[in-house]
Design a protein around this ligand. Structure first.
Ligand code: NAD
Ligand code: UDP
Length: 322
């Protein structure tokens, strides 16, 4: 049995990861400051003696003995990471230093949840890991993009200078059950709007593209990456390479929810990337047997069922975050 620390464990991805690691027979410590995470996402795990929940902010050092660390703590939705940009940078950079220090002291292996945002508004399509990106260092997304880029540098340097066992994954847009209705990202916004008959808010003309990955495919990839040989540190893209425009996404969601919602257009936020699609050749080669299994339509169906039940439970109108 391994003892595993998951930072950001009460968030969308972290809550799925904690559950999966527990089911695989590990002891899991979930650490979160509840900025965007919720206890309700992991409350069903609280009766398990091998699960522990800790309220802590990773910008402060944390001491524990563990075998592995998954470093997920960081708001991921643009509305949330732009709410307090300096705090976002501190979480990425000071959080990485604190967690890498913990890994160095204990000899734990540590995985960083990096992002496709390190590619910025990419001029190379699809994006392979060797592409260095096209990021505006002073733009509205820079607190997140540059914070994550600096964290990647810290991970590589703790590996090279201090022999810490590190793994870096670059996650592309991921969605699924346990997203918050006010998360602000596109999939949850469109589903919540469609289910309530509200206008579906497309930013810009809707021709920008994203490649959407279902959360179970991401969790598979994370665990497989942690289990790769010590000399493979990444970075490696984890995403689903099937690309959609935001207009196509909205049309799929309207159809699957049988909604009467109409599409409206709102201004495109600054520095919004025009296209995103992972090159997953490296992941398929290194993460034995991994490839995305869940199609967008089938993942959307499960996510729609989740939001439908949530909205019925809340029995009040929800306004999305945009
Ligand atoms: P999320 O916002 O649901 O989860 C982030 C979690 O981190 C939340 O529980 C939040 O409370 C916690 N947190 C934030 N700041 C913290 C701090 N200073 N100390 C302790 N906890 C803190 O987001 P998510 O979608 O679950 O993303 C998880 C990770 O994966 C993030 O690091 C994100 O950057 C990365 N990622 C996600 C996606 C995606 O599409 N979901 C894409 C790329 C990268
Ligand atoms: N988007 C949109 N309407 C919304 C929320 C987002 O059209 O209500 C667009 C957004 O401008 C971007 C895409 O959807 O082009 C994906 O946005 P998201 O916030 O999910 O992630 P990111 O931009 O970080 O990939």
């Amino acid at each position: 049995m391994k003892r595993i620390l998951v930072t950001g464990g009460a968030g969308f991805v972290g809550s799925h990861l904690c559950e999966r690691l527990l089911n695989e027979g590990n002891e899991v410590i979930c650490l979160d400051n509840y900025f965007t995470g919720r206890k309700s996402k992991i409350s069903h795990l609280m009766d398990n003696h091998y699960f522990e929940l800790v309220r802590h902010d990773i910008t402060m050092p944390y001491f524990i003995e563990v075998d592995e660390i998954y470093n997920l703590a960081c708001p991921a939705s643009p509305v949330h990471y732009q709410h307090n940009p300096i705090k976002t940078i501190k979480t990425s950079v000071m959080g990485a230093i604190n967690m890498l220090g913990l890994a160095k002291r204990t000899g734990a292996k540590i995985l960083q949840a990096s992002t496709s945002e390190v590619y910025g508004d990419p001029e190379m399509h699809p994006q392979p890991e060797h592409y260095w990106g096209h990021v505006n260092p002073i733009g509205t997304r820079s607190c997140y993009d540059e914070g994550k880029r600096c964290a990647e540098s810290l991970f590589v340097n703790y590996h090279d200078s201090n022999d810490v066992l590190v793994k870096i994954i670059r996650i592309f847009n991921t969605y699924g059950p346990k997203m918050e209705p006010d998360d602000g990202r596109v999939v949850s916004n469109f589903i919540v709007q469609a289910l309530q008959g509200q206008d579906i808010t497309i930013f810009g003309d809707g021709t920008q593209t994203r490649s959407f990955q279902y959360v179970s495919d991401l969790v598979d990839g994370m665990i497989k990456m942690m289990d790769t040989e010590d000399d493979f540190i990444g970075p490696v893209n984890i995403g689903n390479p099937v690309e959609f425009t935001m207009l196509e996404l909205a049309q799929n969601i309207i159809e699957l929810t049988d909604s009467k919602s109409k599409i409206i257009h709102m201004p495109l936020p600054s520095d919004d990337p025009t296209q995103r699609k992972p090159d997953i050749t490296l992941a398929k080669e290194k993460l034995k047997g991994w490839e995305p299994k869940v199609s967008l339509r089938s993942g959307l169906v499960d996510t729609i069922v989740y939001f439908d039940e949530l909205l019925k439970e809340k029995a009040t109108t929800i306004k999305v975050n945009n």
